[in-house]
Design a protein around this ligand. Structure first.
Ligand code: FAD
Length: 405
């Protein structure tokens, strides 16, 4: 017998959360949808926070994911600016920080991630992370004070902040623990091309070192590195990755392991509980691997997939398909677009199949066993697309190389 579905609670009212609400309504679900989000804002988009909003070419309003009228038509019950603090799968209810509770027939967890931080025992100001709209607005204001900038971590967000700071002609030092920034996701060859791009644009790049401390009198004045180097700075932007926002689920009894562990259909380990987006770890049948993806496209696609399962489990939709996407991410730096599709980390072989030294356009393929597992490009969108399709089609390595010509 299938359980009835009258109340769906969505925890995390951002990209995956809003997509889930839209998917529920598009499928004809007319019951209650309660949106619980700890931020005060209506759902907004995060990629512009390190790009258009940071540069000042967009105002904060423009980051809102859907116009007010579209959101109003969804008929959602909002619990905005209130964190969920616990989930009780037995009683099927979510407890809120304001003391309230929300009962559910089904709950979707879409709480994303929180940035990792570097210890700041002196409580100095001038040390920032970038995850929220408020972070971006505050960082933009800080950049307008013409600070000397240290970017801690050479991942995509750190690299985009460094590029924006250089666009403003600010002195920028990037500190990266690996020997080549972005090499974890892109491999050393493409990572080095990105590193060269930063150096050519005036970034002082320090690799193979970590931050060991911050010094100053109230406000940041110096960043101390693990090799003893001291860098004078007024602003440090820490971009060293993030952790899934699951602290509120510690007492829930759900299986948690670097995220909410789900099956291939986005079901968490208790009946009526689903997860999607940056917070979800699931088995991707396409690569036969358990994974968690922190990319925009995945948050939307996985939310739609989780809703398809949720509706099917309640007798309101067809048998769902396993969620088997080709992950995809992009990043913009110095006017170049970097794109990655599929998986790259742990590749057994990386082959650069196109490189134009004049315009910098580059494409690399990543081999896993005898299959094409991933593709990455710099300013190579058109060339990348067919390989993205080949990854979905489980094409062999030799065939992919032959297609590259
Ligand atoms: C600065 C920046 C730039 C990015 N640029 C790109 C890019 O160029 N390309 C790309 O592919 N991806 C990019 N991303 C990643 C992309 O934005 C994320 O993958 C996407 O936002 C994930 O969506 P989500 O809904 O799963 O989580 P989130 O967007 O993180 O939303 C989760 C929401 O849940 C809320 N929440 C957390 N805990 C609770 C709780 N206990 N109770 C209630 N609410 C809670 C959070 O405050 C947040 O509002 C970027 C991310 C950032 C931060």
């Amino acid at each position: 017998m299938t359980a009835s579905l009258r109340r769906v609670v969505i925890v995390g009212s951002s990209l995956a959360g809003l997509q889930a609400a839209q998917s529920l309504r598009s499928a004809g679900y007319g019951g209650a949808i309660i949106m619980v989000g700890d931020e005060p804002h209506l759902p907004y988009d995060r990629p512009p926070l390190s790009k258009q909003l940071l540069s000042g070419s967009w105002d904060p309003d423009r980051t809102q994911l859907r116009p007010d009228a579209v959101i109003a038509r969804l008929g959602l019950t909002w619990r905005r600016g209130v964190a969920a603090v616990a989930l009780d799968p037995e009683q099927r209810r979510v407890e809120l920080a304001d003391g309230g509770t929300e009962a559910y027939d089904a709950v979707l967890i879409a709480t994303g991630t929180s940035p990792r931080r570097v210890a700041n025992p002196l409580g100095l100001t001038g040390i920032r992370t970038l995850r929220t709209l408020d972070d971006s607005v505050a960082l933009r204001a800080a950049l307008e004070d013409n600070p000397r900038v240290v970017v801690v971590g050479g991942g995509f967000i750190g690299a985009e902040v460094a590029a924006e700071a250089r666009r403003r002609s600010l002195p920028v030092t990037m500190v990266e623990a690996l020997s080549v920034p972005l090499s974890r996701g892109l491999g050393t060859r493409l990572g080095q091309l990105c590193a060269d791009l930063h150096v050519a644009n005036g970034v002082q790049l320090l690799c193979g070192v970590r931050v060991s401390g911050f010094e100053g009198d109230g406000h940041l004045e110096r960043v101390v590195l693990s090799d003893g180097t001291v860098v004078d700075a007024d602003l440090a932007v820490v971009g060293i990755g993030s952790e899934p926002a699951t602290a509120w689920l510690e007492t829930s009894g759900l299986t948690l392991d670097d995220g909410v562990v789900c099956d291939s259909f986005c079901r968490a380990s208790a009946p009526g509980v689903y997860a999607a987006g940056d917070v979800a770890r699931w088995h991707n049948p396409l690569f036969d691997e358990v994974t968690r993806i922190e990319h925009w496209t995945n948050a939307r696609e996985q939310a739609a997939a989780a809703v398809a399962t949720l509706l099917a489990d309640h007798g309101l939709g067809p048998e769902p398909a396993a969620y088997a996407p080709v992950p995809y991410v992009w990043s913009d730096q110095y006017g170049r677009r970097i794109q990655v599709a599929g998986r790259t980390m742990g590749a057994e072989e990386v082959t650069v199949v196109h490189h134009d030294p004049d315009d910098g356009a580059t494409l690399a393929l990543y081999r896993f066993g005898c299959r094409l597992g991933g593709v990455a490009g710099i300013n190579a969108s058109r060339r990348l697309l067919p390989f993205r399709r080949m990854i979905a089609g489980r094409v062999g390595w030799d065939e992919a190389l032959a297609a590259a010509g």
